[in-house]
Ligand binder design. Structure first.
Ligand code: ZN
Length: 303
């Protein structure tokens, strides 16, 4: 994995406490992010707004809708103070191995249920819809994830799930739980995430990858079964580094993994990994939270 190329994060714990120790500060920052060109009515988009200062509310002069900066966002029906959301988001993006709900519970002094739900909401919000297809050189691989069982043979896969990954060299990764590692499933995964004019796809010699090449895209393999790991530029080390990151985070933070939760962890890992050189990751995470398409928001705009 690439080290952070001297990229200095815009946020650290000291700044977080300095800037966002009060509700008012957090609210002000959300207003800046949400309404960079002036307060806008979330219902009718009017910019003719009156402020009802004492309640942190705004009143739309066009449709009379009363709203606040959190209306129609993930923060809206939450009883948690904003600074606890900010702190949790920060901890989640900052810890390379991910955090458990238990750790959040202790850190921000909430119940386990609240912590679990909070992490879940944040993971849901940072999913990237319709991500750009990967191009140039892409490594594709699969790995087994799941609990170990005692007294069963090494090849036992009964309580494990398969994760497929595609990663553009030195670039972004896409990770997904798949049903099995058959040709059909893997080819479908690759078609979904790799641009049709990608230069090359590198895999190991698992036969299900055969036939993935076409006139625009080469397919090269390293023959792991005869201990060949690197041939010139051809290897799958980049994606394998992501697997070790995934496994360390699963061991360190999450004890039991269901398929559904694993998908959410993969989204979180993807967000962190794909943004590892982004100095504004904290800000961009808050932007995702503001814009996350939650139920409240849908209800609001359909009124
Ligand atoms: Zn309005």
């Amino acid at each position: 994995m690439r080290k952070k190329n001297g990229v200095k994060q815009d946020m650290n714990l000291v700044k977080l406490v300095e800037h966002f120790h009060s509700e008012e500060r957090c609210r002000g920052y959300l207003e800046q992010l949400r309404w960079s060109d002036g307060v806008t009515c979330p219902r009718c988009q009017s910019k003719s707004i009156s402020e009802i200062q004492e309640r942190n509310q705004y009143d739309c002069n066009s449709c009379r809708y009363q709203f606040s900066v959190t209306s129609g966002t993930i923060f809206h029906d939450s009883h948690l103070p904003l600074w606890k959301w900010f702190l949790t988001a920060y901890i989640m993006i900052e810890s390379k191995k991910g955090v458990s709900a238990n750790q959040i519970k202790r850190t921000i002094e909430v119940s386990y249920k609240t912590a679990w739900y909070l992490c879940h909401r944040i993971r849901e919000a940072i999913v990237v819809d319709n991500p750009t297809p990967l191009s140039k050189i892409i490594e594709v691989d699969e790995t087994w994830v799941g609990g170990k069982r005692k007294n069963v043979g090494h090849g036992y896969k009964g309580n494990k799930v398969v994760v497929a990954g595609a990663a553009q060299r030195d670039g972004e990764a896409r990770l997904e739980v798949i049903d099995d590692r058959t040709r059909e499933v893997l080819h479908q995964f690759i078609k979904k995430h790799v641009a049709p004019d990608a230069e090359a796809i590198y895999t190991d010699d698992w036969p299900a990858y055969n036939g993935i090449a076409d006139e625009d895209t080469r397919h090269e393999t390293v023959n792991h079964s005869i201990e060949e790991w690197v041939r010139g530029d051809v290897h799958t080390n980049y994606i394998e580094n992501i697997w070790s990151l995934l496994k360390r985070s699963l061991v360190g933070s999450y004890h039991k993994v269901s398929r559904k939760h694993l998908e959410a962890y993969l989204d979180e890992l993807e967000w962190r990994f794909n943004n590892r050189d982004n100095p504004y990751l904290f800000r961009d995470t808050l932007l995702k939270l503001i814009k996350s398409d939650n139920l409240t928001y849908n209800k609001l705009i359909s009124l």
